[in-house]
Design a protein. Structure first.
Length: 884
């Protein structure tokens, strides 16, 4: 007898015996993948000009025709004009013949367009070909996301909706990889096959069930839902809900012009038009179309072909990450992060072009690649994929096709204007003026309250939380957070000092050659390995004692006392006349830096509200990375001695600023001083905030643990402590066995050995900036996204990055790798990005979260001990392993 269904949701059905019947999703993924092949074809069309050379020189050479600068600007921009022309007609066609067949019919103009380009004997045929391929590609911008959003369950709609931008970027990358080996004619032939492959695969995909419902064909819609959800899933609730939505809209159906007068449609228009317009005015298609000529003009350490590949790989990586996080993190925060860093990246790129006209920029050859990489990363996580996805979300079914098409029309019109005028803008206001203009537009976008309309939380809560208290008159009294941020910032200056200590050897040269030259001493390979690794050994030695000291004299004073060995250590290095003094100095700076690894996150976690604890907890890793970057930048202009002097001042600055910060309230409660704890809470939360609930809760936790207090060895036998030990030890061990400190200590020698297109000093700066950017992003998303998903993403891409770097060194021993000079930088950048969003900051933060207050100091210290012991083993043996 069939099981009786007693409850259902859109995601699953539950029978009387509790058996969960899940909707099948494999076909939703396959259909979305197939539909997105159209975006792959569009991406290849968009990027076709990326290696055309300045004013189309490479096209002219291969096709044996002459191309003027004005003609090349038309070749570059006509694809966008074609896209603009197709947007509205394809929306109407999608409502008439369906989403599926309106996409399939695009194969015809796409193929004709590529044939025109392949057999072009005149500029006119290039114009026709570019217009037709742009026409088809732009039409996919409307129908692709529309089709995907209508076949996908709500739980994965955001993820599948990003497939369009992902495949668009994959298409762009495909062209740039092909450019390393093929000419413009061969590229055109290969590109012409992609729309045909799309047509063959997509022909077998079902039509959207929403389209059938719009046409009143409920049986066909039911069959379509069954294909996408599986035969055993009850699609009736979802079908009924969608049917009611369409019936309701049809019931009050009016013309689109009339709908424009409604508040809902106005808001949808504002969001979609705003996102589309700002996306293009940021200059994305100008950069995509002309990436090769831009890098030829900029010069720099990396060639235009290699730069294009690096940028595309980074873009794909970030879009893939955004597909995993968008549904959980939300559109608004991703768009906000995206626009801020796009603005800063374009500003930096403009500064480079400005300096290039005023001075010799050979020492800044890394800046163009860094700026564009940062821009693409920022664009890819927000303003790249989300506007396309949201077109299918903000409009009701009966307006989706025509209104969404009009939004795409605006997008491509602006794209045409930007790409057509890009060359003229460069000639009129120079390259730097053009990129500053794009940056200014991004800055305006960040200030306009458009993003507030995307995610508005209307819920009003009565009661209290750690974040807000509501009085009887419902007036919200928020806790002040300013001092929490200031104190966390000040405490993290210790991490800045530690980061500078860690990376001091990064430009020491192969086997410490630069140290030997500046200090006028001889250093053997074995001695240099000790200089590099003794910092980690010092850190290991300090972990347990500092935890005990933090429980005796407090978190604050145990951190302040570290200024003494830190300063002595730098003095030993500054005035070193022998290897022994380097050993002592590196050990002492490591001892102090390692101690900050325990006390810094501990202090921050104990002063922060739960709502921002994750964010502030990541300040340690952020400042550690800032310290590494500071050293990398200083290395561009100072020698090892001068670097040591500058580094020696940082612990002193930390001591001066942190002296004025309060002790943590948790420490006072552990010591039984409730009045001092109350005063501390008031300082951190503000005088008008009721700290009693938080104080009482923390007091109860400590009293409960003290009530059953046992030795740490006894606690090790409890399930909770075992789990905490497993988590913290596991994270710390894996973090160091991934080789991060070996890479940080020896980044310069690694790049000297690898060769490649970018010098070791420039590479270190690029990597440092990328690391800071990603750690900063992780501070914004960790509390909302969660630790697990960030760690998972982090470890996967760390693995792939290290594999790629190893392959490069293997190939370097077997053959000439001059064509792969970009791979070391790309691999290490990808590794640092992956490390910075997960396995870098989260293990340190979690030490202060997984242990109870009475075990936090000693247990957390032991986890740090393991971390630094492994770091010492890895860094000490790195040179020997690398040699063999």
């Amino acid at each position: 007898m069939a099981k009786k269904i007693v409850g259902y949701s859109q995601k699953k059905l539950v029978s009387q015996n509790g058996h969960v019947i899940k909707a099948k999703r494999i076909f939703q993924y396959i259909a979305s993948f197939s539909a997105s092949l159209g975006a792959l074809a569009a991406g290849m069309s968009v990027s076709w000009t990326s290696n055309a050379g300045i004013n189309g020189a490479n096209i002219a050479r291969v096709y044996n025709i002459s191309i003027a600068a004005e003609e090349f600007s038309w070749i570059g921009s006509l694809a966008a004009l074609g896209s603009a022309v197709s947007c509205v007609p394809i929306g109407i066609l999608a409502d008439i013949i369906g989403r599926k067949y309106s996409m399939l019919v695009l194969v015809i103009p796409f193929t004709i367009g590529w044939l025109c380009i392949i057999f072009a004997k005149s500029i006119a045929l290039f114009y026709v070909g570019r217009f037709l391929t742009g026409f088809s590609g732009g039409a996919f911008c409307v129908t692709g996301p529309m089709y995907t959003s209508e076949i996908a369950e709500s739980e994965i709609r955001g993820r599948l909706g990003l497939y369009y931008q992902l495949f668009l970027t994959v298409g762009s990358l495909t062209v740039k990889i092909l450019n390393l080996r093929v000419n413009m004619f061969e590229l055109s032939v290969i590109s012409g096959f992609v729309p045909i492959v799309f047509g063959i695969t997509f022909f077998f995909m079902p039509e959207s069930p929403v389209y059938y419902l719009i046409k009143g064909n409920e049986n066909a819609a039911r069959k379509s839902y069954i294909k996408f959800r599986g035969p055993h899933y009850d699609i009736e609730p979802e079908l009924s809900m969608q049917k009611r939505i369409i019936e309701e809209t049809n019931k009050h159906k009016v013309s689109f012009l009339t709908l424009l007068k409604t508040k809902a449609c106005k808001k949808a228009i504002l969001i979609s038009y705003g996102l589309m317009g700002f996306q293009q005015f940021s200059g994305i298609n100008a950069i995509t179309f002309y990436i090769g000529p831009i890098f030829e003009t900029a010069g720099g350490s990396v060639g235009p072909k290699e730069a294009a590949v690096i940028i595309s790989v980074i873009g794909i990586t970030m879009i893939f990450i955004s597909t995993l996080i968008v549904d959980r993190l939300g559109r608004k925060i991703l768009l906000t992060i995206s626009i801020i860093f796009m603005c800063l990246s374009l500003l930096a790129f403009g500064i480079y072009f400005y300096l290039m006209e005023k001075m010799n920029t050979s020492n800044l050859g890394w800046l163009p690649l860094l700026s564009v990489c940062s821009y693409i990363v920022s664009f890819a996580i927000g303003f790249g994929p989300i506007p396309w996805m949201m077109i299918s979300e903000v409009f009701s079914p009966e307006t989706k096709a025509i209104a969404g098409s009009s939004a795409c029309l605006l997008n491509w019109i602006v794209a045409f204007i930007v790409t057509k005028t890009f060359v003229n803008l460069n000639n009129t206001i120079h390259n730097y003026g053009t990129f500053w203009l794009f940056s200014f537009i991004c800055a305006i976008n960040e200030k306009i309250p458009l993003l507030k309309d995307i995610q508005r939380n209307m819920a009003e809560k009565i009661g209290y939380s750690k974040e807000t208290l509501v009085s009887q008159t419902e007036q919200t009294i928020k806790a002040k957070r300013f001092l929490q941020y200031i104190a966390s910032f000040s405490a993290s200056l210790g991490a800045l000092a530690a980061g500078m200590s860690v990376s001091w050897t990064s430009q020491a040269g192969i086997n410490g050659a630069n140290i030997a030259r500046v200090y006028n001493i001889s250093i053997t390979a074995e001695e240099f390995s000790w200089i590099g690794s003794l910092t980690a050994l010092g850190s290991a030695v300090s972990c347990i004692p500092i935890g005990i000291l933090a429980d005796i004299i407090g978190r604050k004073y145990s951190m302040l006392i570290l200024v003494i060995p830190f300063t002595i250590g730098w003095l030993c290095i500054i005035f070193a006349k022998s290897i022994a003094l380097f050993y002592v100095g590196r050990f002492l700076t490591g001892l102090s830096g390692g101690a900050f690894c325990v006390t810094g996150p501990m202090y921050t976690s104990e002063i922060a509200e739960s709502e921002i604890r994750g964010r502030l907890g990541l300040y340690y890793q952020l400042f550690l990375t800032v310290g590494i970057l500071t050293v990398s930048i200083l290395n561009l202009g100072v020698n090892m001695f001068e670097l040591s002097v500058i580094s020696g001042f940082v612990p002193i600055v930390f001591g001066i600023t942190f002296f004025f910060m309060p002790e943590t309230p948790v420490y006072y409660l552990i010591k039984g001083n409730e009045d001092a704890a109350r005063k501390s809470y008031i300082k951190f939360r503000g005088p008008h905030y009721d700290i009693e609930p938080e104080l009482s809760m923390q007091k109860r936790i400590i009293e409960e643990t003290n009530k059953h207090k046992v030795s740490f060895l006894t606690l090790l036998k409890t399930k909770a402590c075992k789990k905490a030990i497993l988590i913290s030890y596991g994270l710390m061990g894996f973090q160091q066995f991934s080789g991060v400190n070996a890479v940080a200590f020896y980044i310069g020698p690694i790049f000297e050995t690898a060769g490649g297109s970018v010098g070791p000093k420039e590479a270190a700066v690029v990597i440092g900036v990328i690391g800071i950017t990603m750690v900063f992003i992780s501070t914004l998303i960790v509390d909302r996204l969660g630790r697990k998903i960030l760690l998972t993403i982090s470890i996967i891409f760390m693995c792939l990055s290290l594999l790629a770097l190893g392959i490069y060194f293997y190939v370097m021993e077997k053959m000439n790798t001059s064509n792969l000079g970009w791979l070391p930088l790309l691999s290490v950048c990808s590794y640092i990005v992956s490390f910075a969003i997960g396995f870098g900051p989260i293990p340190w933060m979690m030490i202060s979260e997984v242990f109870s207050p009475e075990t936090r100091a000693i247990a957390g210290s032991s986890a740090c001990l393991l971390n630094w012991v492994v770091a010492f083993i890895v860094t000490k043996s790195f040179k020997r392993k690398a040699k063999h």
